[in-house]
Write a protein that binds this ligand. Structure first.
Ligand code: GTP
Ligand code: SPV
Ligand code: MN
Length: 581
């Protein structure tokens, strides 16, 4: 296989001339190609075949112990002007960026196969979809891209027709963290990544393309590329509402996207469209519609069990690639909170010893095709996407943020999104559990200046009167002993149900300074072991703490300087004033 498109052919040739691979393999995306790669990797030891009786077609990959998560400190946005990347990004000039990374690509693929992966982000026939080609020397990346994107022949056909595509160049290099960089050149629609084989660092269709580059394009073209799940919530009467939720990494998107309604809520059904990324467009009638650019899930393994997430648990019993989990004696994958089996070998491949940390790495992941999800919505394949009723922001907040509240307007909602803060998680290298601002859950993923991004968000209210309502949720409030106050997971449906009632104007709310809060009676707690006091606590707004919070938000926003949209600061001042009155 090769291509009739000269720009693509020339680029592939020029990359080969620098990286000097032994072979070049154009990926056709077929099942036989996938099988061939699995066989090859199993032979070489880069995949371990799992117990095929219990876990058919499942494999384990162990990454380098220094290469287990995204690396935000090594991720750069390379734009001509530094202000365009903004204070939210690490910046390098395109000239310096190319120079630095091109040096590392010299002979990087010697003795290896170079794979060329044409892919399509979004349904292959959707006008909202975008195309890319990833060149990589990692077979692990190829098999993951096969599960995560529409890749191969069909994608190449569309690339040849449209002639525009994002160029992604990736090599695992020598995995030396000192020679690891993830660079984005939004002005050239290109990505260069070296030195890591893990997740968002290496599967370039995901965070690099579908968020960082796409957010840049989206601003120019009038749409939004967001770190959001998309889920359809079917009410007992058969009506379905689609909502999009932005929570930071490892804060519950996959779980919410596959939620199983608890037995106490009969008649409700959940339909998954996406678990990580949403592309949002206004259609010709001014309705916001969402597509999921991905075709599979790269999900957090620890914590997945039949009680927390039956769908995900069942989905990863077959045809799944596990990365960095432990093993039982009979070669089944094992992770913390799996609830069955015992670990024998840890994620590093050593004998498991309780004193030496968890059996599965906290950021261990499963990769699986969306088709394996029992709650997969057939509309996820629909070219026009689904209409969005509500946008929901959230994060991990031990204190402060109530279980749920609603923005009073689109502008106020943008302020709520811009104010999102959350405890850091194992999804990125660095400290865990530290509160940081993560506006719209996009801190690591927005490919341009947040000030311009918020302006872009605000501009949507000039274009339509039919915008979704905006909410904020927090499943992670804790008591003094560190226990979660809210049961979470399936029970989150009780909160979603209130959100839907609000979208349908079925229920009134308490008008507070921070937004509309539910009356305690309007969150159904039937069959829940939760006291009235706890519910009150979960829905309480502590004035003094919120005043501090809004002041801190004000400081944060002002750190964006002159580019900061006035409307945002005005909204922040209004909330603060109401709190102090
Ligand atoms: P990324 O893939 O990194 O973007 O993460 P995500 O946002 O999809 O998070 P995910 O659903 O994988 O959840 C991350 C962790 O949070 C898992 O260990 C879950 O068990 C836990 N979690 C998810 N939802 C809830 C919840 O409602 N309550 C509590 N207490 N924990 C949750
Ligand atoms: C995240 O960190 O938000 C993820 C995992 O979804 S990764 O693909 O590594 O970005
Ligand atoms: Mn994510």
């Amino acid at each position: 296989m090769t291509t009739s498109l000269p720009t693509l052919r020339d680029w592939v040739q020029s990359v080969a001339a620098i990286t000097l691979p032994e072979n070049v393999h154009w990926c056709d995306g077929s099942d036989s190609e996938y099988k061939m790669l699995i066989q090859m990797m199993t032979k070489s030891g880069s995949l371990i075949e799992l117990n095929q009786k219990e876990y058919p077609d499942c494999y384990l990959h162990r990454s380098d112990p220094s290469d287990v998560a995204r690396v935000e400190h090594l991720t750069f946005i390379c734009t001509t002007k530094q202000e365009d990347a903004g204070p939210n990004n690490h910046w390098m000039s395109p000239e310096k960026g190319h120079k630095k990374i091109d040096n590392l690509f010299k002979k990087a693929m010697a003795g290896r196969t170079m794979y060329v992966i044409p892919y399509c982000m979004g349904p292959i026939d959707s006008p909202y979809s975008r195309l890319g080609v990833e060149i990589t020397d990692s077979a692990y990346v190829v098999i993951n891209m096969k599960l995560m994107t529409r890749m191969g022949r069909e994608a190449l056909k569309r690339i040849e027709l449209e002639k525009t595509f994002v160029k992604g160049l990736h090599s695992i290099g020598d995995l030396n963290p000192k020679k690891r960089f993830i660079m984005h050149f939004p002005e050239e629609l290109s990505i260069k990544s070296i030195g890591s084989g893990y997740g968002g660092n290496a599967l370039l269709g995901k965070k690099c393309h579908a968020l960082r580059i796409a957010s840049w394009q989206a601003r120019q073209e009038g749409w939004l590329a967001e770190h959001m799940l998309i889920v359809g919530i079917e009410k007992p009467n058969g009506d379905i509402h689609y909502i999009a939720c932005a929570f930071p990494s490892a804060c519950g998107k996959t779980n919410l996207a596959m939620l199983i309604p608890p037995a106490s809520q009969p008649g409700w059904k959940i339909w998954t469209l996406g678990d990580d990324i949403a592309w949002l467009h206004l259609d010709e009638f001014g309705q916001m519609r969402a597509i999921n650019p991905e075709a599979g899930y790269f999900g957090v393994v620890p914590g997945t069990n039949p009680k927390t997430n039956r769908n995900a648990y069942d989905m990863i019993q077959s045809e799944t690639i596990f990365t960095n989990v432990g093993l039982t004696k009979d070669n089944q994958p094992w992770w913390e909170d799996k609830k069955t089996g015992q670990p024998d070998i840890n994620w590093l491949g050593k004998k498991y010893d309780k004193g030496e940390g968890p059996a599965a790495h906290p950021n261990s992941r499963f990769t699986v095709s969306a088709k394996n999800n029992a709650s997969y919505s057939r509309l996820a394949e629909s070219p026009e996407g689904v209409p969005i009723s509500a946008i929901v922001f959230g994060g991990r907040r031990k204190k402060l943020a109530p279980l749920v509240y609603e923005a009073k307007s689109w502008q106020h909602g943008v302020l709520i999104g811009a104010s999102v803060a959350s405890e850091t998680t194992a999804a990125a290298i660095g400290d865990v559990g530290v509160i940081r601002r993560d506006p719209m859950a996009m801190k690591p993923f927005c490919g341009y200046n947040f000030a311009d991004y918020w302006q872009h968000w605000l501009s949507f209210s000039d274009r339509t009167k039919k915008l979704p309502k905006i909410f904020h949720v927090n499943w992670f409030r804790q008591d003094k002993l560190g226990k979660f106050l809210w049961p979470g997971f399936g029970e989150n449906l009780r909160v979603l149900s209130w959100i839907i009632d609000r979208c349908e104007n079925q229920v009134d709310a308490q008008d507070t300074a921070i937004g509309y809060l539910p009356h305690t009676k309007d969150i159904n707690t039937d069959d829940l072991e939760i006291s009235n006091e706890t519910m009150k606590e979960l829905l309480s707004v502590k004035k003094e703490s919120w005043i501090d919070e809004m002041k801190s938000v004000g400081k944060y926003l002002q750190s964006y300087g002159e580019r900061l949209p006035n409307a945002l600061l005005k909204n922040q001042e209004e909330v603060l004033k109401m709190l102090m009155d």
